[in-house]
Design a protein around this ligand. Sequence first.
Ligand SMILES: [Zn+2]
Length: 330
Amino acid sequence: MSCCLEQERHLPVTIQLQLPISSFQLHPMSVRLLTTILILITAVGAVLAVAFKKTPTQNRGIKIVTTTYPLYIFSKNIAGENADVKNLLPNGVGPHEYAPTPSDIVALAEADIVVKSGVHLDDWLTPLLDATPSKTRTIIDASEFVTLLYAEQDSPETPTGSYDPHWWLNPVNTIAAVSGIGEILTQKDPAHAELYQANAAAYQEKLKKLDDRLRVKLKDAPKNLITFHPAFIYFVGRYGLKQLAVVEPSPGKDPTPQYLAELMSVIRANKVTTIFSEPQFSPRVMEVLAKDLQLSVRTLDPLETGPDVADAYQNIMWTNAAAILDADAQ
Ligand SMILES: [Zn+2]
């Protein structure tokens, strides 16, 4: 599912303030204050729990916490068995659906390294880090290692002139991010420098091969893609395709009738015959469009969730390419 509502679903919204608090209809400011207090209480408890842990910390490797699924997969490939890598988002939960749990706060308090995706995708992390201060923790913003592109769709998450957050959908960016993360792991844990460097190099080799194969595979692919949410500009930019239009420009909000009418005329004018949904996600609007215009619906995975498998990135990117080739859009 899309990752693009995180700004609307900040922590204060996701912390559950159920009865009896909500029944008093508190002023929003009061709700925010109570939420902050709840977070702080949880955070202080977590920090104390870490500080007073009776068992001495064994050297079980460096502790890495990631904010999103791609970063989890990349970090595991670099760190191998030497690190304890935890993704804050449970499997199947996209960044916009995430609500922090007390165990997440403990993980952040204990982390040696936190790897974030950046470009506003994980802004919800900031209050959690503020609530769990650490003198030794290193924060990596992986988006600083990559080439960012401006968003093509104007939406609440990506207003005009802002960067698109889905940078990992270009393997060249992923290769750069792996270099950056690998370097910081090496600095942080020099005793295992050779391991991290070797792992990063081996993973980058696989990513390079993937990129080469994708370029060949997609050379004659249908160019114009209609995707569900504006997630694929890095992918299409790399492989000479075009994200012609999206079905839902503001993820989580149904497109307006006027927008749908314009979209339908774009689909007709370009003789597009396939639209792309996302995994575990089949919104009614896709079915309506497909039925009205006699389109086929296939799946493109933006890698916002996925299996805990080392080669998941290559596998999913390759499956996406196959889905595009299968499409009979012109
Ligand atoms: Zn997204």
